[in-house]
Design a protein around this ligand. Structure first.
Ligand code: 4NP
Length: 157
């Protein structure tokens, strides 16, 4: 049997975007009966919220679409950059900071989630933390499309 691909989603605080990406990815691979192929996690570049549940606003918006956010925030480590096969950032700032932490070899595993969308108007998943209702809905809209595109790319490889 092939070894599961290890994927980690990364944002700033690991309480809004990356836990949502993780939950949506898990939901979709279960639906597509592909869950045996992947191991999924998420982390934040900052430790502001380490040990906390996901943001309650993000949890509520995600629950309404059938996604359950149960990850606990943690900060990304250099070991993660070694351990994971694919490191998926939410925005340009996340991408830049991850690449700063990574060795040249590790840099080849780092992508931005919107890179997988071929015809999107979005080039990032905008940070919803200081915004309102629509910001959280936008996060889920972009992630649902981008995660589908990511899974399609991975199963073609
Ligand atoms: P996330 O959102 O990176 O999508 O988890 C944020 C969460 C917390 C903060 C910023 C963004 N913060 O400044 O505390």
């Amino acid at each position: 049997m092939t070894k599961p691909r290890k994927i980690i989603f990364v944002c700033l605080g690991n309480i809004c975007r990356s836990p949502s990406a993780e939950a949506i990815f898990i939901h979709k691979i279960r639906d597509r009966k592909l869950d045996h192929l992947f191991k999924v996690d998420s982390a934040g570049l900052h430790n502001y919220h380490s040990g906390e549940n996901a943001d309650s606003r993000m949890i509520n918006h995600a629950n309404k679409r059938g996604y359950s956010l149960d990850s606990i925030s943690r900060q990304i480590t250099r070991n993660d950059l070694q351990e994971f096969d694919l490191i998926v950032a939410m925005d340009n700032s996340n991408l830049y900071r991850l690449k700063e932490m990574a060795t040249n070899e590790q840099k080849t595993k780092i992508f931005k989630i919107t890179d997988f969308l071929s015809d999107s108007v979005y080039s990032e998943v905008p940070d919803p933390y200081y915004g309102g209702y629509q910001g959280f809905e936008d996060v889920l809209d972009i992630l649902e499309a981008a995660v589908d595109a990511l899974i399609d790319t991975l199963i073609k490889e």
